[in-house]
Design a binder for this molecule. Structure first.
Ligand code: F6P
Length: 328
């Protein structure tokens, strides 16, 4: 059915990421540009169920392009996963006369939007926002570039201690199921080894590599471990393993945690967010629905939600080879 779009809702959902505010700003201003009303939906699907909406205009989003986190707050809603929760959300949207919504979030948030669209034929559009970059249909998710820069800066600082004390550092970075952050910061910060879920290096190869680097005169080393690495040991167990098997190393562990998700977005993320917000609104206006906006070969394009959700974002295998060569 063709829908007339007069009022668009916008929300952030799932884990926050730098650039979400810039995307909210873009959606709100694109609506103002096209003479549409825009409503901010607080706390993702939780706020949708509660009818926690606020009317926004171009000035409501001033001064937020440079802010990390999300002014609309975020949540992971259990209730929206139920039919009853979605029915409540639909009633609230109808009551507020909202005709469509844009959800900025990850694949869980898109799955919710897709089911909602199927049940109520409600126009929806997604913008990928997560530092993990684990979404099919875009080479970059919002916040990923900022997180890379944040993490590289921190590893540079840890390197000062590693080299001053001739230590081996295991540094755990985020990436629940994927190694995008680990692989890129590993190369960017000159790591000795990079452990990612997509490739099981194995403990023997790790020890071999560390032995080799000692032999070739390296006095300190940094190993980057993606949170979701499948080597079978967490980062503290890795330390224990090396302690037992290579007593010549003094080993330390650093788990970077949520600091990777915060901070002011990079210029790249701000521009990407601005482009994606405009595309999301203009796609809804032209009658499109059930798509995720993404970046492909520097073009902002649409991917159907079911593909975005089912597809796997792939790591660049060439980076693994480059990393091997660089750590000689
Ligand atoms: O934003 C993605 C992510 O950073 C994952 O890498 C990590 O596993 C997860 O979020 C942790 O999020 P939370 O603490 O909000 O559950």
């Amino acid at each position: 059915m063709l829908h007339t779009i007069n009022k668009i809702g916008v929300m952030t959902s799932g884990g926050d990421s730098p650039g979400m505010n810039a995307a909210v700003r873009s959606v709100v201003r694109a609506c103002a540009f096209h003479n549409l009303e825009c409503y901010g939906i607080y706390r993702g699907y939780e706020g949708m169920i509660d009818g926690d909406f606020v009317k926004m205009d171009a000035r409501s989003v001033k001064g937020i392009i440079n802010k990390g986190g999300t002014i609309l707050k975020s949540a992971r809603s259990k209730e929206f996963r139920t039919k009853e929760g979605r029915a409540k959300a639909y009633e609230q949207l109808k009551k507020a006369e909202i005709d469509a919504f844009v959800v900025i979030g990850g694949d869980g948030s898109f799955t919710g939007a897709m089911i909602f669209n199927q049940e109520y034929d409600f126009p929806v559009m997604g913008i990928p926002g997560t530092i993990d970059n684990d979404i099919f249909g875009t080479t970059h998710t919002l916040g990923y570039d900022t997180a890379l820069n944040t993490v590289v800066e921190v590893i540079d600082k840890i390197r000062d201690t590693a080299s001053s004390h001739n230590r081996l550092f295991f540094i755990e970075v985020m990436g629940r199921d994927v190694g995008h952050i680990a692989l890129n910061v590993g190369i960017g910060a000159g790591a000795e080894e990079i452990l990612i879920p997509e490739e099981d290096l194995g403990l023997d190869r790790l020890l071999d590599s560390l032995r080799r680097s000692k032999k070739t005169g390296k006095s300190s080393s940094i190993v980057i471990v993606a949170e979701g690495d499948k080597i079978g040991k967490n980062v503290f167990e890795l330390k224990d393993y090396v302690d037992v098997n290579m007593s010549e190393y003094e080993v330390r562990v650093s788990v970077l945690g949520h600091m990777q998700r915060g901070g002011s977005p990079s210029c790249f993320d701000r521009v990407l967010a601005s482009r994606m917000g405009v595309k999301a609104v203009e796609s809804l206006i032209t009658g499109k629905s059930n798509f995720m906006v993404g970046l492909k070969n520097d073009i902002i394009d649409l991917t159907p939600f079911d593909q975005a959700v089912k597809g796997k974002s792939k790591i660049n295998m060439e980076l693994l080879r480059v990393s091997d060569i660089m750590s000689i």
